[in-house]
Design a protein around this ligand. Structure first.
Ligand code: CDP
Ligand code: CDP
Length: 227
């Protein structure tokens, strides 16, 4: 019998992680888990409760009662807090610009990492985030570190916003991405960093399909050793 692998995809903001992770999962019939959505849902709940986002015990009290659920959806996976859909709300600029503060809290990471490990334990999973290959699934058979130039990543976000009717200047988007990457890369607990055994894929000049094909090829190679 073929045993499903764990595929960890990490990288900076807007490198294409969730788009390609979702496609890879679809083609391989694997489960997809967007760990960023978990940090975003918690940030949204904390903002709504008006707690100080650096107050770890206040944020942990919110996390304790938070029921995050994923449901299949297109083009995005749908995200719920309890019965309430928050798929769009967690992508709002206020959440995007505050999520790195919440994600830097050690206690928050401990709990969300545990939940993510439970989700991944059966294998046949594609998980994307910042610390999947280094902290959540250090034993993952496939580790990918996706990068692209910051100008290209800002351009992609800009294009995405145009489709949604959001009018944020390109320079503002690039600045926001740079600030978030800086915070994610310099936090004390499991900062964004490439795992030693991860394959680095620069997507600046690659299409989504090319990146997906590359990851599937790497996975198929690993699968041969993992029967
Ligand atoms: O899709 P995008 O690159 O905008 O970000 P995301 O994957 O939705 O993640 C949002 C934020 O959550 C990141 O900027 C990190 O601060 C945090 N995050 C994290 O710390 N660890 C993860 N495994 C995933 C996300
Ligand atoms: O999850 P992450 O923040 O890393 O990025 P994403 O939300 O998957 O991708 C950001 C945007 O870049 C999306 O609009 C993708 O369609 C686009 N993209 C692209 O144009 N070319 C790629 N090779 C990958 C993503």
């Amino acid at each position: 019998m073929t045993v499903g692998l764990q595929i960890a995809i990490d990288g900076p903001a807007s490198a294409g992680k969730s788009t390609v992770a979702k496609q890879v999962a679809k083609q391989l019939h694997y489960t997809y888990c967007d760990t960023g959505a978990m940090y975003r849902a918690l940030t949204l709940a904390a903002l709504r409760a008006k707690v100080n986002l650096t107050d770890e015990s206040a944020v942990l009290a919110i996390l304790k009662t938070l029921q995050i659920q994923f449901k299949p959806g297109s083009p995005q996976q749908r995200v719920f807090i309890g019965e309430q859909e928050v798929t769009q709300a967690i992508r709002q600029p206020e959440v995007t610009n505050n999520v790195s503060t919440v994600a830097a809290l050690a206690g928050v990471r401990r709990q969300l990492v545990r939940q993510q490990q439970q989700i991944a334990q059966q294998g046949s999973i594609v998980m994307d985030g910042r610390d999947i290959g280094t902290a959540v699934l250090p034993q993952a058979q496939v580790k990918i570190f996706l990068v692209a130039s910051v100008a290209e990543r800002a351009r992609r976000r800009y294009q995405e916003n145009v489709h949604k009717g959001i009018d944020t200047p390109l320079a503002t988007l690039q600045k926001e991405i740079e600030i978030r990457d800086q915070k994610d890369s310099t936090r004390k607990v499991s900062p964004l960093t490439q795992a030693k055994d991860a394959v680095r894929v620069d997507t600046t000049a690659l299409s989504i399909d090319q990146v997906v094909a590359k990851i599937i090829a790497i996975t198929n190679e690993k699968q041969k050793d993992h029967k």
